[in-house]
Structures are given as C-alpha cells and as structure tokens.
Ligand binder design. Structure first.
Ligand SMILES: C[S@@+](CC[C@H](N)C(=O)[O-])C[C@H]1O[C@@H](n2cnc3c(N)ncnc32)[C@H](O)[C@@H]1O
Length: 989
C-alpha cells in the first residue's frame, strides 16, 4: 500500500508543509523534511556567526522551529570531547537533541517510527563532527557564480587512502513513488521551491528512483571523481578511489547525463581544467568531443555501464530543463511509466532493509534521464577488497591542507552556458567570491564592455597548499579587456597528467573578471611530494600584483561571501583587519569553534591543554574572537606545555632536594594561592585550564595573580600534596630541627608581630584556639614568656593543629572538586534542556543526566542567536494564535504542551518530571527493557491518558495529546532507533 501522501492526487512534495499530515510510515516527504530540519540544525546553525553554511532545502518555504545555535554547538562540543564508541557518543548527542523544545515541537505529530527515522537521520549529521572524522562540510565557490547561490561541498580533513570508506559521509534513502517522482519532475519544470536537483538516484533493478539525503548529499560531481558511491548495509556511503589530500574536495560522479547530455553543463574542476562541460568554448555544442568525455569517463568505474545504458536507450528523449541550480535533462517518456506497486514498508526511512535498496549494485544517479550514472553502480562490498575503515586508512596529519572550498571563483563569467540567474531567488541566494572578485564585480557592473574571464587550469594538487604550489598570475590588458593569465606551477600530479592534458592557460571570452587562481586541492602523492621536497611557498597575488589576504590558519585566500546579495563576510572589518593582522577564513573559524583546535586538527595533542568557556562556544562570538585565538593558540599551547614540563621538573627536583627551605617555599606559595581563588568554573576545576604559560616571577606571588589561579586550578592535587609536605616539614621542624630554624619558618608563616601586639596579647591572655582550653597557653602567657604559639605548645598539640589545618585546607580544596555535592548547583534552573555537567561525559550517571535534562522548565527559546533572523521562521511565527504555540513567557504552558501525554506507566513523569523516572526510562531502555515499556505503553488505556491531559493547562488541550505522544515517543525512542541504525553501522565505525 502506498503511503497516503503518495496516493494523493496532488503533488506530494508540494510547497509548504502545513497541509501535510503525517502518515503511519516515513516516506520521501518525511525524509526531505527531516533532512531540511536536521541540515538546518547541524550544518547551517553551526556556521560561523554571520556566515551560515547555507543549505538548500528540499522545501525552502517550510517553516522550521527556531533553535539556539549555542545549544546546538554545545551538543556538538560535547560530542567532540566525549570519549567512547562513536555510536554511543552520537546516540547521546541525538538524545540531547531530542530534548530540544524546537525538536519536540517538530516531532509533535510524528509516530514512533518517524521519530526513530528522524533520530537515525540526525545521527548521520552528528557523525560528521566526530573527532575521528575525516571530512567537513564547507562553502564552495565553484558553482555559485553559475547557480547564483551558495553551494556547499565536502572536504577531506585528513589524507585518505584509496579504498577508504568514508563512513561518516552517509546518506539515507527513501523510495520515490511514481507520484513523488512526477511531482519532483513537475517541480523541476516550473519555478517552484521544490527542486529536483538533489540526490535522486535510480535503481536499475527496481526501475525506481530513490531520494538520497543526509550529509552525503553535499558531495558534488566531478567528471574525474575521487570517490564512488558505496553501499554499506542499509545506507549509502563512499569509497575513496585515489589518494585524497587534506582540504581536497570529495567528489562523486553523478552520471554522464546529469548536467545535460554528456554533462555539457558540468562545472567541475576537471571540466574547467580541460575546457569541457560548462567551460567548453562552445558549451551548447552537444558534439563536444566525445573522445574527451571518454577520457574523463574512463576514470570512473561505472562509466562503461553508463555509456552502454545510453546506447541501449536511444529512445530517451532528453529535454533540457533549466533550474535555478543548473540545467538538467529530463526523460519525458519515463514519466509515463508505471512502476510496480509500492510496498509501504519499503518506504520507511532510513533505508529500510534490503527491500529499499537492491542488494545488487543497481542504484543509479539519474535525473530521470539516460540511466548512465556512477550512482547506478553501487558496488556492493567486494569480498576480495573489503572496505577499509577510515581509521585504518588514516595517516597522521603531517601537513596542513590549504585548498578548500573557499577557493576563488574560477570565473565570474556566466560563460556561454545559459545560467539560471533569471530564476526566482531563494531565501538564501548567495555568491561566494574572493574579495578581489567582489570588488571587481562592483567596479565592473557599470562596465558594459566585455571583459575576459580567465579560464584557468586549476591544479589538482595538493595541499601543502595550493599557494605553496605557486600559481602565479599575470594580468594583461588588451583593448580594454582584462585577461588573467594564470601559470600554474608544476606539481607531481600535474606532471603526471601532463602527457594527457595540457595545463596551459586558456583565456575565455566574455565577462567580467581577471582573477587569481589558487591551486585546487587534490589527492597528493605524498611519496612523490616527499621526494621533491617541499615546494616553495608563494603568496597569492591579485591581478594588480598586490598580495591577497590569506587565512592565517589554512593559507587560503580569504573569501568574500555573499548571502542573499549581502556581503556577509570578507569586505567588512575583517578584511581591514586581515591586512594588518592575521585573519582566519570562516571555515577555520568554524572549525576552531567546534574543535578548539586549529584547522584541520580535531583532537588536541596528548598532554596539551585547551581553554574554552561557554562563551567560546558561540559561533557568533567566535567569529570575532577565534581568529586571534587560533593564532595565539599554538604559541600558548607550546608555551604552556613547556612551562608545565619545567614546573614538573622543578617540582621533582624540589622533592628530591633535602633542603627543607625549598619545600617550605613551595608550600607557602601553594597554600596562599588556594585560599582566595577558588575557581568557579567547573571546567576549570576539572583541569580545563587557562592556557596562559606559568612564568616564574620574583618576589612573593600575588593572591590575585591569574597565573597562580590557573596553577591551582590545573592541579588541585598538587595543593594537597604540598600541604602534606608542609606537615612533614612542620613535623621535622618540631622534632628534629633547632628552635631557631622553626622560628625562621614561623616568621614566614605568620605575620610578624610587633612588640606592642605581643604585649597586648599578653595582657588580654585570650585563648587563641580551642586547644587553649587546656590552659596551657594561658599559663605560658601568665608567666609572661610569650613565644610563637607553636613554640608554646606541646608537640602533640602542634601536630594536631597542623593536621586540623591541613584537613581544613584539604577539605576546602576538595570542596572545589566538581564531584563534591553542591546542592545549590544541582538545582540550578536552566532555560533550555541542554545540560552541562562534564562529569556525565566520563561517568554517565542516570540521575545526574536526568537532573540536567529536567533541571528547568522546558521552553521554546525565542532568544535565538542573531543568525536566526536570517534563518527560517518558526512555526509560531505563522501560527502564533494556536494553542500549541509555546512562548518563553509561558513556561509552564510550554513545558506541559511539549511534554508527552503519558502512558500510565510513566504518568508521573509527564507533568512533574521526575529526574529519576526520566533517567530510569532513559537508561532502562538501553538495557533491553524498552520492548516492555513499549508494550506497556500500547496497552495503556486511552482514558487514562485523557485523565492526565485533563489536569493540564486548558489552553493546550487541543494539541497536547499529540505533542505528548511525540514526547513520550521521543523519550523512549532510543532503544529502537539505535538498535536499528547502528546494527549495521557498528561494523564500520
Ligand atoms: C547533490 S547537490 C551537491 C551539494 C550542493 N553543492 C549543495 O550545496 O547542496 C547537487 C547540486 O550541486 C551542484 N553541483 C554539484 N556538482 C556540480 C557540477 N559538477 N557542476 C555544476 N553544478 C554542480 C548543482 O547545483 C547540483 O544540483
């Protein structure tokens, strides 16, 4: 049975989601919708301040609930720093995401199955951020000047060896029903918000198209692709075909007809290099060297299949379809085909078992055109060449890649290819160019005259940077036309290719812009590079010969990013800053915000310390701060490590030293330091420290010295240890050293007393400590023989008091320990459901988890970060009068509306969330009880639910049951989706 949506006579993927009603099972629409929401949350919102990674939505008109980017960043940060099996860490992240009010709102009408699918899909996005991950999503400027919009791409952050399966680059699939397929085609033909140009792949065996979404959808096409689509269990991922260098773009082959016949409108780097596709001198010429095409096609594993498919289907009627995002060919005849009846279960997401995806590698990327595609050939895992796990294929990062998606435009020319600029713009129309290009565009908009754009032969070469490979450029001016002549430097790779391809500069007609090209990244043969030695690094220059500002971290030319016709980055203050100071590109800023490491490093070196505060987690904040931080970070880190080592060495030396004076000196310092500066930040108490190097200063250390604070914060145990030394020293002092010595130390320990004080003290004879109850000291005083209090007391007392002091000090130190219960902290109210609690990371405690999760009223956060203003509106923007609309002012209502109408089993949890009950539910699920819970839930009498609902706020009656159901399902989803989603994935990850 087909899903309800697919049986509808109206297009399933119609504009907007308001009219959509959830069906029992997930379908293409659910996947599209979920992907829109999740990519918004976990890609877009984690952009860099005002530079969002704009994701093209399947349905750009749909309203997405607002979320706070800081909360999202916190989840990702936690994922990054948490140690443990990836699937567990990711599961925790998904758990937390599902507690977000916006997510609950989004899921309010979802069935359990839909929630599970959503959670699984979310895990795909979270996996991107794994510290062991090897890819990142970034901006690319390659297609922007043609499509008129921001485009994203996938970059390698580690060198990847051939055969590596990029496990975190996953895609979920859903079958496209005939109606959906047709709806997409219709959408592609009209100026609609629904776009066809997503990953639509075709199953040869099933003769069906599938929609393919998730992080994998950001993989762009290159005629000389470096990865192939690969089926791994129930999802789609990619396998590396040739070495990929850091910073190189991951590219797949969509098929020979994806961008028009023989991809004549393709804008990939290979086409640019070879002057083909969209870079051909006469791109409209369909007869563009077929031999050339076959050159590039020969690199792809499935090209022969694809070609044969083309030949086998001469009847394919290729009609060019121009969309905002490119030009596609459509097969009109295919529209009329009727497929087999759709199995309803097959439509479940993700990749619901073998039914969804043919076991044989017959999936094909196609846009309802000729079936030639690499995506057609989804090779199953060959027995003889099992996919290597990513980790096994990784080599240490020995070099920093510099090429990135933020490369300057290869051309601003629209070329002779008709672009889709006339199309209606999307909410996020954007163009990414270099600053120079942007200026040029501004300057030349008034110029009607023709200019030349450089068609450059980009270097498909390595990293240690494109800049280091030294493309040089000359600008000549001929009859008012600017030409950019780019001479790429020879590289091992380019030399290797030089036999087949000429890497001369080709100057293209038309348009705007002289420009400088940086070498594009590509998999470098590290061995070859090593033989030839590091290439000389040349700073990239503009056409005017002036140095272009480059990112201080990755070395790429700083881009100019335009979103929705507004320069959001590159020509503002940061550009001025960039001239005098070092500046990072948005990609590196974003990376630092997530990993607190300079790009592309994700995990700190062993022993290194990091410094971050919750404020650092704000991408927007980091936009202005992180660049400096990145610059300083390495220096500081090195200094801090050095200082720590030095300190340790000194401490060891001190320990070995027999001289008590040294010990006492240390003791004094530490004791003094501990008292006034108890760190308040839990992260500091835990050893996440200020990375200021500790320098020794002469003289008595100041109490307020930040260095001292950091020292104490870093190593509280040292305090204790040294206090013990102090006791030991005191003991020695009392028992084995002359009084005179004691006096000397005593004077250091205690403030000097003037004789007048002494006299006063003698006169008052007031006991100074409870110990004096024995009268001993009083006796001493009465005899008028005042000495230092220590001297006056017996040894036993002396030791006892020191011990007391020590206990006090230790307990004071211990009280700083984050594990020490602090009731006032436990009940700290929180506005959002995100929890901190670093201890949870290392020692998951259900109760603690629950306390965090339920510590405060759950509300919709309307104080989203600034970038929300440009983000999609929330449903409440549209449906504000509706009772389910939750506002910050109405916390109680929000909470109750979001919380589930419980089955009887969990009734108390619903309106008075019990941390313990929550934790029980949360963790019991993991131990296999969820089935029981689920069955109990099913059996829960409906009227009982109703009773619960009646107690709730009247105003949310209409929707609370639905929302409550969603919450209930959300809370108990984990057992199901994790069991399902990770069943196959564990093998890989
Ligand atoms: C599956 S998406 C890839 C990710 C896409 N860049 C994005 O930001 O969503 C496919 C779209 O990327 C663009 N694209 C990818 N490779 C391309 C190529 N070689 N030439 C032209 N456009 C390309 C086209 O707009 C295409 O519709």
């Amino acid at each position: 049975m087909a899903p309800a949506s697919s049986s509808s006579s109206t297009p399933v993927l119609q504009t907007g989601t308001q009219s959509w009603r959830p069906t029992k099972i997930m379908n293409v629409h659910d996947l599209s919708k979920d992907d829109d929401f999740l990519s918004h949350l976990l890609v877009e919102k984690l952009g860099t301040g005002t530079v969002p990674l704009v994701v093209h939505k399947m349905d750009s008109s749909s309203k997405l609930p607002k979320t706070d980017a800081n909360d999202l960043m916190r989840i990702v940060r936690r994922l990054v720093v948490t140690k443990g099996p990836l699937h567990q860490v990711v599961r925790s992240a998904v758990d937390e995401l599902l507690t977000f009010p916006a997510v609950r709102y989004y899921l309010r009408s979802y069935t359990q199955k839909q929630i599970n699918a959503f959670a699984t899909h979310a895990s795909r996005y979270f996996e991107l951020y794994s510290p062991s991950g090897v890819i990142e999503i970034a901006h690319t400027s390659r297609y922007s000047h043609h499509t008129g919009k921001s485009e994203l791409c996938v970059l390698a952050t580690r060198p990847l060896a051939p055969g590596t399966v990029i496990t975190e680059l996953k895609g979920s699939m859903a079958n496209l029903t005939d109606e959906e397929d047709k709806a997409l085609k219709r959408a592609g033909m009209v100026d609609s918000d629904i776009r066809r140009d997503f990953s639509v792949i075709h199953s040869k065996s099933m003769k069906k198209n599938h929609l393919f979404l998730g992080p994998a959808r950001f993989v762009n096409h290159d005629c000389d692709n470096n990865v192939e689509l690969f089926r791994e269990g129930r999802y789609i991922t990619f396998r590396v075909l040739r070495p990929i260098a850091v910073g190189e773009e991951i590219t797949a082959h969509y098929g020979d007809g994806y961008f028009g016949k023989r991809n004549r409108h393709c804008l990939c780097e290979t086409c640019e290099k070879n002057g083909r596709g969209g870079y051909a001198p006469t791109p409209q010429d369909d007869n563009v060297s077929s031999s050339s095409d076959s050159d590039s096609d020969s690199d792809t594993s499935s090209s022969s299949d694809a070609d044969s498919d083309v030949e086998e289907k001469p009847e394919v009627n290729l009609n060019e379809r121009r969309t905002r995002r490119g030009v596609y060919a459509i097969n009109a005849s295919k529209d009329e085909e009727s497929d087999e009846s759709e199995n309803e279960d097959d439509n479940t997401v993700p990749l619901a078992g073998a039914k969804d995806i043919p076991t044989d590698p017959e999936l094909e990327g196609s846009v309802d055109i000729d079936a030639s595609s690499d995506l057609t050939s989804l090779p199953t895992d060959e027995p003889n060449s099992p996919p290597r796990s990513v980790s096994s294929a990784l080599t240490p990062l020995s070099e920093r890649g510099s090429s990135s998606s933020l490369t300057p435009l290869s051309s601003l020319s629209t070329g002779s290819v008709t672009r889709s600029s006339s199309r209606k713009s999307t909410p996020f129309q954007s163009i990414i160019t270099t600053r120079h290009q942007s200026r040029q565009v501004t300057l030349q908009t008034s110029r009607e005259g023709s200019s030349l754009s450089a068609s450059v032969t980009p270097l498909r070469r390595s990293t240690r940077a494109s800049s280091s490979l030294g493309s040089s450029s000359k600008v000549t001016s001929t009859k008012g036309k600017e030409k950019a002549v780019v001479t790429p430097a020879s590289t091992p790779a380019s030399l290797r290719r030089s036999e087949k391809e000429k890497e001369d500069v080709s100057v293209k007609k038309e348009e705007v812009e002289a420009r400088v090209l940086r070498a594009r990244p590509s998999g470098s043969d590290r061995t070859e590079t090593a033989k030839e030695g590091p290439p000389k690094k040349e700073s990239p220059r503009g056409p005017d010969g002036k140095l272009l500002p480059v990112c201080a971290t990755c070395g790429n030319v700083l881009p100019v990013i335009v979103v929705d016709h507004k320069v959001v980055w590159g020509l503002g203050p940061e550009s001025k800053k960039g001239k005098k100071h070092k500046q990072d590109c948005p990609r590196c800023i974003r990376h630092f915000a997530i990993y607190q490491q300079p790009w592309p490093v994700r995990t700190p070196a062993p022993g290194s310390v990091i410094s971050w505060t919750p404020r650092d987690l704000t991408p927007a904040d980091n936009a202005s701060k992180s660049s400096k931080k990145v610059l300083k970070y390495l220096k500081r880190q090195a200094q801090a490590e050095e200082a720590t080592t030095l300190k340790k060495r000194q401490r060891e030396e001190t320990d070995d030293s027999p001289r008590p004076s040294k010990k006492m000196k240390v003791s004094e310092k530490i004791v003094i330091k501990v008292k006034p500066n108890t760190p308040t930040n839990p992260s500091q108490r835990r050893g996440v420290v200020d990375d200021q190097p500790v320098k020794r200063k002469r003289g008595r250390p100041r109490l307020s010295s930040p260095r001292i604070r950091s020292k104490v914060q870093v190593e509280p145990e040292v305090v204790i240890k040294i206090e013990e030394e102090s006791v030991e020293a005191s003991f020695k002092r009392n028992f084995s050293q002359p009084r005179a010595t004691n006096g000397r130390f005593g004077r250091k320990d205690k403030p000097q007393r003037r004789s007048s004080d002494i006299v006063a003290s003698m006169l008052t004879k007031s006991p100074k400590s409870p110990k004096n109850g024995s009268g001993k000291r009083a006796d001493d005083h009465s005899r008028g023989t005042w000495t230092s209090p220590r001297r006056k007391r017996g040894n036993d007392e002396d030791i006892e008091e020191i011990e007391d002091d020590r206990r006090t000090k230790i307990s004071r130190t211990e009280s700083d320990d984050p594990d020490t219960p602090k009731p006032h902290q436990k009940v700290m109210p929180r506005r959002t459901s995100g929890f901190k609690g670093g201890s949870l990371l290392s020692n998951p405690n259900p109760l603690r988890f629950a306390l965090h999760a339920w510590a405060g009223p759950v509300v919709l956060d309307e104080s989203s970060s600034e970038d929300d203003s440009s983000a999609p509106d929330t449903p409440e923007d549209v449906l504000s009068p509706a009772p389910e609309i939750l506002t910050v002012e109405d916390d109680e209502l929000s909470a109750s509306a979001l919380l589930p109408a419980p089955p009887s089993l969990h009734a108390p949890l619903i309106y008075k969330p019990s941390p313990f009950a929550f934790s029980k539910r949360r963790w019991v699920a993991l131990s296999g009880l969820p089935e029981r819970l689920a069955s109990a839930r099913k059996q829960a009498p409906k009227d009982e639910r109703q009773d619960d609902d009646d107690d709730d706020v009247d105003s949310c009656e209409g929707d609370k049951t639905e929302a409550s159901d969603a919450q209930s399902k959300t809370a108990s989803y984990s057992s199901r989706w994790t069991a399902k989603s990770f069943q196959g994935e564990n093998d890989v990850s």
